[in-house]
Design a protein. Structure first.
Length: 145
């Protein structure tokens, strides 16, 4: 799974009041994003490739039983979603792999250096889904005057 290590931006959108919900199912998330964003790519084949890589990684580290079965259950049920509102080679894109567990979506931003524009897309995504935006960036320390 080295190809995906460090893939996430540290930002995510997730259901409010986790783990009690409400969360949306995959098809509802896809429907809402298809309506809200000017450019949307829904890639089930890449989702399967990612699921296979997860299975391989799980086998390598010794998963067995229910843990390995959970990874296998992602086959045919994982999708890469890519969202943008602008065109062109420098357009900001937000991407995320989505499994049937849609409570939290870890976000990837492209291209490098477009974090501000990508974060605006992420905030729009959270709003469209009724989810909350979160980041793992530390809060700025208070300024002393």
């Amino acid at each position: 799974m080295g190809e995906w290590s460090g893939w996430e931006s540290g930002d995510s959108v997730g259901m409010p009041n986790w783990p009690h919900g409400p969360s949306l199912d995959q098809h509802e998330i896809l429907r809402r994003t298809a309506i809200a964003f000017r450019r949307v790519v829904i890639d089930w084949a890449e989702g399967d490739r990612w699921a296979e890589a997860r299975i391989s990684g799980a086998v390598e580290i010794g998963y067995t039983g229910l843990l390995l079965e959970a990874e296998h259950s992602l086959r045919g049920r994982s999708v890469l979603v890519s969202l943008a509102d602008e065109g062109g080679p420098g357009a900001a894109w937000v991407r995320f792999y989505m499994t049937p567990d849609t409570g939290c979506l870890d976000l990837h931003y492209e291209p490098p250096g477009a974090e501000v524009a990508c974060r605006q897309l992420a905030l729009k995504l959270a709003d469209v889904l009724g989810y909350e935006f979160a980041t793992d960036e530390p809060a700025e320390p208070p300024r002393c005057t």
